[in-house]
Design a binder for this molecule. Structure first.
Ligand code: ZN
Length: 158
């Protein structure tokens, strides 16, 4: 399934990644899925809850807090997630997936990403090197959760 996204939405993701560097940014992709493609209508930048270690730890404890932080982990606040989903439904939009950045790492899913992903959804990963947004790839977890498949991304000019 192809992910279609317009240039403005792409810019929102890139700008967010650059702004949050050296931390990971994250957000939600909203739109429609039909006819073998997902069409992004809106991207919603969210706060990386790992900036609030105490609350994040209550929700999803880190396996290795010494090596994990907001610099290599992101967490979306479930309350924010619900708010965005509800608001999207009211406007007939679906959650198509999520995006996050990899500061000074390739735009490929980590093992952690694989363990915390769900099939079907698109996981857009943006590599940010020294504060500059670079490669962007979209990934979909296989139904058996064994691996991610890279998804083609088509950019619509406005
Ligand atoms: Zn990641």
């Amino acid at each position: 399934m192809t992910l279609r996204i317009d240039e403005a939405s792409l810019k929102t993701i890139r700008d967010h990644g650059g702004r949050e560097y050296p931390s990971e940014c994250c957000g939600i992709l909203l739109g429609h899925a039909d006819g073998g493609q997902k069409v992004v209508r809106e991207v919603v930048p969210l706060r990386n809850l790992r900036h609030d270690p105490q609350r994040a730890e209550e929700l999803l404890p880190l396996a290795d807090p010494g090596r994990e932080s907001e610099r290599n982990r992101f967490l979306i606040d479930p309350r924010e997630q619900l708010r965005v989903e509800k608001d999207a439904r009211a406007r007939q939009l679906d959650v198509l997936g999520y995006y996050h950045s990899h500061p000074d790492h390739p735009a490929q899913p980590s093992r952690y990403d694989q363990e915390h992903a769900w099939p079907w959804y698109s996981y857009v990963i943006l590599s940010v090197e020294q504060g500059t947004a670079r490669d962007l790839n979209s990934w979909v977890l296989a139904e058996d959760r064994s691996h991610f498949d890279r998804q083609s991304v088509e950019v619509d000019e406005l």
